[in-house]
Ligand binder design. Structure first.
Ligand code: SF4
Length: 222
Protein backbone atom coordinates (compact mmCIF):
# COMPACT_ATOMS: atom_id res chain seq x y z
CA UNK A 1 0.00 0.00 0.00
CA UNK A 2 2.98 2.31 0.61
CA UNK A 3 3.93 1.97 -3.03
CA UNK A 4 0.40 2.82 -4.18
CA UNK A 5 0.34 5.83 -1.88
CA UNK A 6 3.72 7.08 -3.09
CA UNK A 7 2.61 6.84 -6.72
CA UNK A 8 -0.66 8.64 -6.02
CA UNK A 9 1.26 11.36 -4.20
CA UNK A 10 3.46 11.80 -7.27
CA UNK A 11 0.39 12.04 -9.49
CA UNK A 12 -1.74 14.40 -7.41
CA UNK A 13 0.49 15.91 -4.71
CA UNK A 14 0.49 15.49 -0.94
CA UNK A 15 -2.81 15.78 0.95
CA UNK A 16 -2.16 16.42 4.64
CA UNK A 17 -5.15 16.07 6.95
CA UNK A 18 -7.38 19.08 7.36
CA UNK A 19 -10.62 19.42 9.27
CA UNK A 20 -13.54 19.61 6.86
CA UNK A 21 -15.98 21.05 9.37
CA UNK A 22 -17.81 20.36 12.59
CA UNK A 23 -19.28 16.92 13.13
CA UNK A 24 -22.89 17.89 12.40
CA UNK A 25 -21.88 19.86 9.28
CA UNK A 26 -19.98 16.89 7.87
CA UNK A 27 -22.79 14.53 8.86
CA UNK A 28 -25.41 16.47 6.89
CA UNK A 29 -23.01 17.03 4.01
CA UNK A 30 -22.21 13.32 3.82
CA UNK A 31 -25.87 12.28 3.89
CA UNK A 32 -26.55 14.69 1.04
CA UNK A 33 -23.65 13.17 -0.90
CA UNK A 34 -25.18 9.68 -0.86
CA UNK A 35 -26.08 8.45 -4.36
CA UNK A 36 -25.31 11.71 -6.13
CA UNK A 37 -22.43 13.67 -7.62
CA UNK A 38 -20.18 15.93 -5.56
CA UNK A 39 -21.50 18.97 -7.45
CA UNK A 40 -25.17 18.19 -6.69
CA UNK A 41 -24.42 17.35 -3.09
CA UNK A 42 -22.50 20.63 -2.59
CA UNK A 43 -25.31 22.61 -4.22
CA UNK A 44 -27.91 21.10 -1.86
CA UNK A 45 -25.75 21.71 1.20
CA UNK A 46 -25.17 25.35 0.24
CA UNK A 47 -28.86 25.94 -0.38
CA UNK A 48 -29.75 24.43 2.97
CA UNK A 49 -27.18 26.57 4.83
CA UNK A 50 -28.34 29.70 3.01
CA UNK A 51 -32.01 29.12 3.88
CA UNK A 52 -31.55 28.10 7.53
CA UNK A 53 -29.30 29.94 9.98
CA UNK A 54 -28.84 26.99 12.35
CA UNK A 55 -29.31 23.24 12.59
CA UNK A 56 -32.02 23.95 15.19
CA UNK A 57 -34.00 25.72 12.47
CA UNK A 58 -33.51 22.79 10.09
CA UNK A 59 -34.71 20.35 12.76
CA UNK A 60 -37.83 22.43 13.49
CA UNK A 61 -38.79 23.31 9.89
CA UNK A 62 -41.63 21.65 7.97
CA UNK A 63 -40.12 18.63 6.23
CA UNK A 64 -41.34 19.88 2.82
CA UNK A 65 -39.26 23.01 3.21
CA UNK A 66 -36.09 21.09 3.99
CA UNK A 67 -36.87 18.77 1.12
CA UNK A 68 -37.29 21.66 -1.30
CA UNK A 69 -33.92 23.14 -0.43
CA UNK A 70 -32.00 19.89 -0.86
CA UNK A 71 -33.86 18.67 -3.95
CA UNK A 72 -30.82 19.19 -6.18
CA UNK A 73 -28.97 16.55 -4.13
CA UNK A 74 -31.47 13.83 -5.10
CA UNK A 75 -33.55 11.47 -2.93
CA UNK A 76 -34.73 14.55 -1.05
CA UNK A 77 -37.92 12.85 0.19
CA UNK A 78 -35.78 10.30 1.96
CA UNK A 79 -32.88 12.53 2.97
CA UNK A 80 -34.93 15.44 4.43
CA UNK A 81 -36.82 13.44 7.10
CA UNK A 82 -33.68 11.44 7.89
CA UNK A 83 -31.60 14.57 8.44
CA UNK A 84 -34.31 16.06 10.66
CA UNK A 85 -34.69 12.87 12.69
CA UNK A 86 -30.92 12.69 13.24
CA UNK A 87 -30.67 16.35 14.26
CA UNK A 88 -33.54 15.94 16.72
CA UNK A 89 -32.03 12.78 18.19
CA UNK A 90 -28.63 14.44 18.63
CA UNK A 91 -30.39 17.24 20.50
CA UNK A 92 -32.22 14.74 22.68
CA UNK A 93 -28.96 12.91 23.44
CA UNK A 94 -26.59 15.86 23.92
CA UNK A 95 -28.91 18.73 24.85
CA UNK A 96 -27.94 20.58 21.69
CA UNK A 97 -27.25 19.83 18.07
CA UNK A 98 -23.54 19.29 18.34
CA UNK A 99 -21.24 16.30 17.97
CA UNK A 100 -17.93 17.79 19.05
CA UNK A 101 -17.84 15.61 22.17
CA UNK A 102 -17.25 12.61 19.88
CA UNK A 103 -13.68 13.88 19.43
CA UNK A 104 -12.99 12.62 22.97
CA UNK A 105 -14.55 9.20 22.37
CA UNK A 106 -12.83 5.99 21.35
CA UNK A 107 -13.39 5.43 17.60
CA UNK A 108 -15.42 2.27 18.20
CA UNK A 109 -17.82 4.14 20.51
CA UNK A 110 -18.20 6.98 18.00
CA UNK A 111 -18.81 4.45 15.21
CA UNK A 112 -21.48 2.62 17.19
CA UNK A 113 -23.23 5.86 18.14
CA UNK A 114 -23.28 7.17 14.58
CA UNK A 115 -24.34 3.94 12.89
CA UNK A 116 -27.36 3.73 15.20
CA UNK A 117 -29.02 6.47 13.15
CA UNK A 118 -31.14 5.47 10.19
CA UNK A 119 -29.30 6.79 7.13
CA UNK A 120 -25.80 6.51 8.59
CA UNK A 121 -23.99 3.41 7.41
CA UNK A 122 -20.31 2.52 7.84
CA UNK A 123 -19.06 4.85 5.09
CA UNK A 124 -20.94 7.90 6.35
CA UNK A 125 -19.88 7.22 9.95
CA UNK A 126 -16.23 6.81 8.95
CA UNK A 127 -16.36 10.02 6.87
CA UNK A 128 -17.62 12.00 9.87
CA UNK A 129 -14.98 10.42 12.12
CA UNK A 130 -12.17 11.09 9.65
CA UNK A 131 -13.07 14.49 8.24
CA UNK A 132 -14.26 16.13 11.44
CA UNK A 133 -12.22 14.45 14.12
CA UNK A 134 -9.12 13.09 12.37
CA UNK A 135 -9.78 9.53 13.53
CA UNK A 136 -7.61 6.95 11.75
CA UNK A 137 -10.34 5.15 9.83
CA UNK A 138 -10.67 4.42 6.12
CA UNK A 139 -14.06 5.08 4.50
CA UNK A 140 -14.56 3.20 1.24
CA UNK A 141 -16.71 4.90 -1.37
CA UNK A 142 -17.57 3.78 -4.88
CA UNK A 143 -14.28 5.12 -6.36
CA UNK A 144 -12.08 3.40 -3.79
CA UNK A 145 -14.04 0.18 -4.09
CA UNK A 146 -13.66 0.14 -7.87
CA UNK A 147 -9.93 0.96 -7.79
CA UNK A 148 -9.25 -1.69 -5.12
CA UNK A 149 -10.93 -4.33 -7.29
CA UNK A 150 -9.03 -3.26 -10.41
CA UNK A 151 -5.73 -3.33 -8.52
CA UNK A 152 -6.57 -6.83 -7.29
CA UNK A 153 -6.42 -5.72 -3.65
CA UNK A 154 -9.80 -7.32 -2.96
CA UNK A 155 -11.92 -10.00 -4.52
CA UNK A 156 -14.07 -8.90 -7.47
CA UNK A 157 -17.19 -9.92 -5.53
CA UNK A 158 -16.33 -7.91 -2.42
CA UNK A 159 -18.81 -5.43 -1.07
CA UNK A 160 -17.65 -1.93 -0.14
CA UNK A 161 -17.86 -2.91 3.54
CA UNK A 162 -15.67 -5.96 2.95
CA UNK A 163 -13.19 -3.82 1.01
CA UNK A 164 -13.07 -1.43 3.97
CA UNK A 165 -12.37 -4.31 6.37
CA UNK A 166 -9.64 -5.73 4.11
CA UNK A 167 -7.85 -2.48 3.30
CA UNK A 168 -7.95 -0.67 6.64
CA UNK A 169 -5.36 -2.85 8.42
CA UNK A 170 -3.12 -2.75 5.31
CA UNK A 171 -2.81 1.05 5.45
CA UNK A 172 -0.76 2.65 8.22
CA UNK A 173 -3.10 4.68 10.46
CA UNK A 174 -1.25 7.92 9.69
CA UNK A 175 -1.70 7.31 5.93
CA UNK A 176 -5.43 6.55 5.88
CA UNK A 177 -6.71 10.07 5.35
CA UNK A 178 -4.28 10.81 2.53
CA UNK A 179 -4.89 7.44 0.88
CA UNK A 180 -8.65 8.01 1.01
CA UNK A 181 -8.47 11.50 -0.50
CA UNK A 182 -5.96 10.51 -3.18
CA UNK A 183 -7.86 7.37 -4.24
CA UNK A 184 -11.03 9.42 -4.70
CA UNK A 185 -9.14 11.98 -6.79
CA UNK A 186 -7.67 9.11 -8.80
CA UNK A 187 -11.15 7.65 -9.34
CA UNK A 188 -12.52 10.96 -10.54
CA UNK A 189 -9.65 11.96 -12.79
CA UNK A 190 -7.99 8.80 -14.06
CA UNK A 191 -9.45 5.47 -12.94
CA UNK A 192 -12.98 6.42 -13.93
CA UNK A 193 -15.76 3.87 -13.96
CA UNK A 194 -16.00 4.14 -17.73
CA UNK A 195 -12.94 4.47 -19.89
CA UNK A 196 -10.18 4.53 -17.26
CA UNK A 197 -7.07 6.35 -18.47
CA UNK A 198 -4.67 3.42 -17.96
CA UNK A 199 -2.17 4.73 -20.54
CA UNK A 200 -1.31 7.68 -18.36
CA UNK A 201 -1.82 6.04 -14.96
CA UNK A 202 1.05 5.94 -12.49
CA UNK A 203 -0.35 2.71 -11.00
CA UNK A 204 -0.28 0.73 -14.25
CA UNK A 205 2.75 -1.35 -13.23
CA UNK A 206 0.86 -2.51 -10.13
CA UNK A 207 -2.51 -3.03 -11.78
CA UNK A 208 -3.66 -6.38 -13.23
CA UNK A 209 -6.77 -4.78 -14.76
CA UNK A 210 -4.76 -2.06 -16.49
CA UNK A 211 -2.17 -4.55 -17.78
CA UNK A 212 -4.93 -6.79 -19.16
CA UNK A 213 -6.44 -3.85 -21.01
CA UNK A 214 -3.05 -2.91 -22.44
CA UNK A 215 -2.51 -6.49 -23.66
CA UNK A 216 -5.97 -6.63 -25.24
CA UNK A 217 -5.34 -3.33 -27.03
CA UNK A 218 -1.99 -4.52 -28.44
CA UNK A 219 -3.62 -7.77 -29.58
CA UNK A 220 -6.35 -5.79 -31.37
CA UNK A 221 -3.73 -3.61 -33.08
CA UNK A 222 -1.63 -6.62 -34.19
FE1 SF4 B 1 -7.24 2.28 -12.90
FE2 SF4 B 1 -6.13 1.71 -15.24
FE3 SF4 B 1 -4.72 2.89 -13.34
FE4 SF4 B 1 -5.42 0.36 -13.07
S1 SF4 B 1 -4.03 1.19 -14.62
S2 SF4 B 1 -5.54 1.93 -11.50
S3 SF4 B 1 -7.46 0.38 -14.04
S4 SF4 B 1 -6.48 3.74 -14.43
Amino acid sequence: MKSILARLQRMYGRKPWKCWGKGVDVLVDTILSQNTSAANSDAGYKQLRRRFKSWNQVAAAPVEEVERHIRVSGLSRIKAPRIQAILRQIKADAGRIDLQHLAEWEPQRAYEYLTNFVGIGPKTAYCIMMFSFGMKVFPVDTHIHRIAMRLGLVDAKSTAEETCETLTPLIAPEDRYEMHVLMIEHGRKTCRARNPQCDRCGLLQLCPFGKRRATQRSARRA
